[in-house]
Design a protein around this ligand. Structure first.
Ligand code: CAA
Length: 267
């Protein structure tokens, strides 16, 4: 499936490059009339497209972005307004969103405009958040009589600490790109006009590395949020050891010693 109703998918490749798996898959949330509100159908499209790109050997990194005005203004409030407790509970509403975190390739969220509620939570499910200068982050669910339901009370605390996270979820107030940067929620603030270009460029930089090591970096860094330090260090070391079974390790280290660029084959 390549034609989606609520997203656009593009495969980008660096010019004059023969890097194996060097492409970047760009998913653009595209429901402009509702500021990319994350209705069920949009999220189904998003997860489908992410899976296809995750399995595509030509692609080494994924970028998720929105439009200038909104990355995503949250879960779809008109869809949600009709839900009842029993149905929400029995269907485990929003649990399927976490499938985004199961992708093995790195995902960069390029956030321009509003990333609110589920939009902020989606960004936090990605591996790197780049903020356009006009980005705004917030968890305004409290204004709707609910609380964040897709990680906003958990991932936000880990990202920016308890006091700032508590303030955001209790007041519903938004923070801008620079505040998000100062708090450690995003890794960089980039001029809005250049955001997507820079995100794709960063994606190319990641995609040209060895694909097995890239996936292991992602797995190990994400494990740091789940494990104790000693478990995490052991996990990291075992993964490090296992990379000596890859061709890319031989190639990477030989290339360094021979003073040439490595030709990684992701094996
Ligand atoms: N769901 C459904 N529709 C939404 C929406 C949402 N989350 N956010 C915006 N829209 C729709 C608006 O209803 C409006 O539609 P119409 O033109 O048909 O009236 C359209 O998008 C444009 O929005 P506004 O006119 O409100 O635009 P604005 O520039 O005045 O304000 C905004 C922008 C501040 C983002 C405002 O739209 C807003 O506050 N949106 C809701 C944000 C929110 O509460 N998000 C949390 C949702 S709950 C959640 O996400 C739960 C969870 O944890 C998973």
């Amino acid at each position: 499936k390549e034609n989606y109703d609520h997203i656009l998918v593009e495969r980008c490749f660096p010019e004059n490059s023969d890097v194996v798996g060097g492409g970047v898959g760009v998913i653009t949330l595209h429901r402009p009339k509702a500021l990319n509100a994350l209705c069920d159908a949009l999220f189904e499209d998003l997860i489908h497209a992410a899976r296809v790109l995750d399995e595509d050997d030509d692609i080494g990194c994924i970028v998720i972005t929105g439009s200038g005005k909104a990355f995503a203004a949250g879960a779809d409030i008109s869809e949600m307004s009709k839900r009842e407790f029993a149905n929400a509970y029995k269907t485990n509403m929003f649990s399927q969103w976490a499938d985004i975190t199961k992708m093995s390739k790195p995902i960069i969220a390029a956030v321009n405009g509003f990333a609110l509620g589920g939009g902020c939570e989606l960004a936090m499910m990605c591996d790197i958040i780049l903020a356009g200068s006009k980005a705004q982050f917030g968890q305004p669910e409290i204004n709707l009589g609910v609380i964040p339901g897709a990680g906003g009370t958990q991932r936000l605390v880990r990202a920016i600490g308890k006091s700032k996270a508590m303030e955001m979820v209790l007041t519903g107030n938004r923070i801008n790109a620079q505040e998000a940067m100062d708090a450690g929620l995003v890794s960089r603030v980039i001029d809005s006009e250049l955001l997507l270009e820079e995100a794709v460029k960063m994606g190319y930089g990641i995609a040209e590395k060895g694909g097995v090591a890239v996936r292991m970096c992602k797995e190990a860094v994400n494990a740091a949020e789940e494990m104790t330090l000693s478990e995490g260090l052991r996990f990291e070391r075992r993964m490090f050891h296992s990379l000596f079974a890859t061709r890319d390790q031989k190639e990477g280290m030989s290339a360094f010693l021979e003073k040439r660029k490595p030709n990684f084959t992701n094996e």
